[in-house]
Every structure is written in C-alpha cells, then in structure tokens.
Design a protein around this ligand. Sequence first.
Ligand SMILES: C[S@@+](CC[C@H](N)C(=O)[O-])C[C@H]1O[C@@H](n2cnc3c(N)ncnc32)[C@H](O)[C@@H]1O
Length: 248
Amino acid sequence: MNQSELYERLHRGHDGDLCFYENACTDCDGVLELGAGAGRVTIPIARAGAQVLGVEIDEAMLTLARRAVSLETPEVQARVSWVQSDMSDFTLAGRFDRVLLPYNTLLCLLSSEEVARCLACAHRHLKPDGQLIFDVYRADTMHEEDDDDDDDDHEPIVTIDHAAGVFDVYEQSTWLRQEQRLDTVYHFIPRDGQEAFAQHIPQRYLLGPEIHQLLRDSGFRLIRHEGGFFGEPLDEEALHHVVIASRD
Ligand SMILES: C[S@@+](CC[C@H](N)C(=O)[O-])C[C@H]1O[C@@H](n2cnc3c(N)ncnc32)[C@H](O)[C@@H]1O
C-alpha cells in the first residue's frame, strides 16, 4: 500500500489557501515552492501561467507530484520542475519572484536554527523585488496555557476511501510547550481487517514574535501579517499566521 497517497488524501490544505497563493503569484514569471509535497499548490500556480520549481525532500512525495503533473497539458508540464533537496540547505540557479512555503511547511523544521537557514536560502533565491510568502498555524494562545497535555480523538477525523481500502483516521496530538512542539500521530485503521498503521508528524510551531525576529535576522521586511487567508486580523481568534515579506 502506498502510504504517501494516504498522507496526501489526509492533508488537503486550508479553506482559501490555494486561492490566496494563486492570487499572490499573479503575473509572476518564476515561483519557488519549498516543501512542495505532491504539487497541491505547485500545479495550480503553473496552470495560471508561472514557471514553478518545487523543492521536496521526500522521494515518495516527488513520485506523486510527478504523476500528478503528467496528467496536465504539455504547456503546464513544461512549466513545472522538481528538485529533491533539503529546503534549509540548497542552491539553485536563478532567482524567483516568489518563494512560497504553504500549509505549515516551515514547521517541519524542528529547530529555530533550521528555520533561519531555510529563510536565508529563500532570501538568496529571491529577486530584489521578490516576496517570501508562508503560512503556519497560530499556536500562540495554546502555548500560553500551562499544562502539556495529550489530545486523543475518539472519533475518526476523516474516513478515506482509497484503492487499498477504506480507512478511518484517528488523530493523537502531544504538546510539548517547552520545546514548542506539537507532535501528531495519525492512526489509519482499515475497515477490512488489513493491518493498521500510523504516520508521525513532528512539528515545531512558531510564535508571532519569533516569526518577526527570524524574518528580521534573515534580511526580510514584513509587508503583511494576517490571521487567515481572507485577510482576517491577527488577533486572539486567529487560526493562522499568514505572512508576506520582501527583501529588506
Ligand atoms: C505540510 S506538507 C505541504 C505540502 C504542500 N506544500 C502543500 O501545501 O500541500 C510539507 C512538505 O514539506 C516536505 N518537507 C519536510 N521537510 C522538508 C525539508 N527539510 N526539505 C524539503 N521538504 C521538506 C514534506 O515532505 C512535505 O511534503
């Protein structure tokens, strides 16, 4: 069974995020997406006319991405390319109008130093008037609460009907506030008696002040910092940090 296909079926983005990133890339020639996954954002941006390069570390995700792009028209196929690399340590030819990290991708980097290296790479690959754009979930309010706790869902968060079978998916999250970690395990329980399996997703969340400091230290100037993909304010209710920055 292809577990990366099930990962992709589970992680479908946030309401409005695709439209947000497409709009942000209108009239761009070159776009670089870091942690491009299976091309959920990469391919629509290429359809809209930009040349898009996706950087992805995971071979299985790249296989899914290449398969997805092979279903596109020859024109779109010609506008997409992929590089297998670590987004915190890469050097590419050329500079881009946009560097994107959609859908919590920065949180895959488990230390502040790795995030700083990633932002430095993004900075080096942007044109002088280019923009860095990313979103991460907003954990600031939860982080203020005092106890580390575990959160187990006793109801499936989703049921996935896949060629390999029907799977109920349960989510189990562990907060480690000291380390700014929220580690999640997704348990895939097949209904037909096949073997169950789990996917572990460790993430180090970023708090608002740290985002600002990291951007400043990497030579970025904040243009916009909102609480959602529809221009929501960044207040206590906000679910996301949606950030647009330019080279200082
Ligand atoms: C949350 S997914 C986002 C995928 C895609 N951008 C989207 O919006 O659907 C994060 C992706 O980043 C990739 N990734 C994690 N660490 C990485 C690293 N150090 N370098 C490059 N890609 C990485 C993961 O394999 C995964 O595909």
